[in-house]
Write a protein that binds this ligand. Structure first.
Ligand SMILES: NC(=O)c1ccc[n+]([C@@H]2O[C@H](COP(=O)([O-])OP(=O)(O)OC[C@H]3O[C@@H](n4cnc5c(N)ncnc54)[C@H](O)[C@@H]3O)[C@@H](O)[C@H]2O)c1
Length: 352
């Protein structure tokens, strides 16, 4: 798959030989940012990369994705004598990607970077689209850049070791992308939903289709000033839930709750037929069921929602499904008592 970007085209390759032949990632000039868990789980297969003198291990947490925690990463790279034109290689999930992409945008005024995504979320969604997103204290993803990688190498065998919660997280983003594509795409995925965790071929086919759908949007609106906005479906609520639970709910699972919440509130506000909410609810609910008892402190969630970067000074810029076709659209919502009650009502019913 070839993605067009403002820096030119880059390729996304499905490469099932990567773990058998990691030497292809090695270049004497390269510097590596590697997820600590991936380095441990694939220590023998990735030995040449993990033991490379320019390898830096990253403990993948939201706290470490903050601007303050990037300073030691810059310091290590500088101590390793990084030079202009040298490649940064990220091996990990969305957190290592965001860190690598941001560092590649800023260190030495820009370095080329390459990505080996090792989580489902990163393989099916975040690996394309050019964005880096970095946290500032408790405000998630408020800092960032647009900086596409040179290439993306996907080996789905990395998914064998992923925890179930991280598979659910990736499925959350896959559900979102297919909902954006339309009712037929979401319903097709709903039919296969129970096979996603047990049939690797089915899962891989949805990784590919999620990337193809996202490709259409990012090639038109890479800088997220127009139609790409719909990819924030579930995200305003999702980020607020992540923040209110101190990231106890994984990103893509919080997005799944956020989609269900957007659908519920859209139906309450008369924007979406009740039947459309009911059509999607069982699948979304199934994807976040394991977190439906996680306490989500409402006031903290509300405060985080009010700080969302898509808000204007008077309104929230939310993404809702609208109309008989549940088409995903941006809607301005006043943060008034009526909206607050709708949010409260969603959480009152979340365990059902
Ligand atoms: N830049 C973007 O376009 C974009 C898009 C979506 C999400 N994101 C960001 O991505 C982050 C979430 O990314 P994620 O879901 O990939 O999670 P992650 O990077 O936090 O990884 C989740 C967990 O899986 C572990 N892990 C990674 N690969 C593994 C493997 N193969 N086997 C076993 N464990 C493995 C990690 O160590 C971590 O504990 C969030 O911070 C989100 O904001 C960025």
């Amino acid at each position: 798959m070839v993605i067009q970007s403002h820096r030119g085209a880059y390729e996304v390759l499905f490469d099932d030989t990567l773990l058998a032949d990691p030497e292809k990632l090695i270049d004497a000039q390269a510097h590596f940012l590697i997820d600590e868990n991936v380095a441990r789980l694939y220590a023998s297969e990735l030995r040449a990369v993990v033991e490379h003198p320019n390898a830096i291990l990253i403990h993948a947490t939201e706290e470490n994705k903050s601007i303050a925690k990037l300073i030691p990463v810059y310091e290590r790279l500088v101590a390793n004598h990084i030079r202009r034109g040298q490649m940064l290689v990220a091996v990990g999930g969305g957190i290592v990607q965001d860190i690598c992409c941001f560092v590649a945008s800023t260190l030495l005024r820009g370095l080329p970077w390459r990505f080996v995504p090792t989580t489902l979320l990163a393989q099916a969604d975040s690996c394309i689209g050019s964005k880096s997103s970095i946290n500032l204290r408790d405000t998630k993803n408020i800092l960032g850049t647009f900086n596409p990688p040179r290439d993306v190498l996907i080996h789905t065998r990395f998914l064998d070791t992923l925890e179930r919660k991280d598979l659910r997280s990736g499925i959350g983003e896959i559900l979102k992308v297919h909902a954006i594509d339309g009712i037929a795409a979401f319903d097709r995925l709903a039919v296969d939903f129970d096979r996603l965790l047990i049939d690797r071929e089915v899962l891989t086919s949805y990784i590919r289709s999620a990337l193809r759908i996202k490709q259409r949007f990012i090639q038109i609106d890479e800088f997220d000033v127009g139609i790409r906005n719909v990819f924030n479906y579930g995200h305003s609520f999702g980020h607020a839930i992540e923040s209110a639970t101190s990231y106890a709910v994984p990103h893509g699972v919080a997005v799944t709750i956020g989609m269900d919440m957007a659908n519920y509130i859209a139906a309450q506000r008369g924007l979406l037929p009740e039947a459309q909410y009911a059509r999607m609810h069982p699948i979304l609910r199934a994807n976040y069921a394991e977190y439906s008892h996680t306490p989500i402190p409402f006031d903290a969630m509300w405060a985080a929602l009010m700080k969302d970067k898509k808000n204007t000074s008077t309104a929230l810029g939310l993404i809702f499904p609208v109309g008989a076709e549940a088409s995903i659209e941006r809607v301005q919502v006043a943060p008034d008592d009526g909206f607050r009650d709708q949010c409260l009502r969603f959480f009152a019913n979340i365990e059902q």
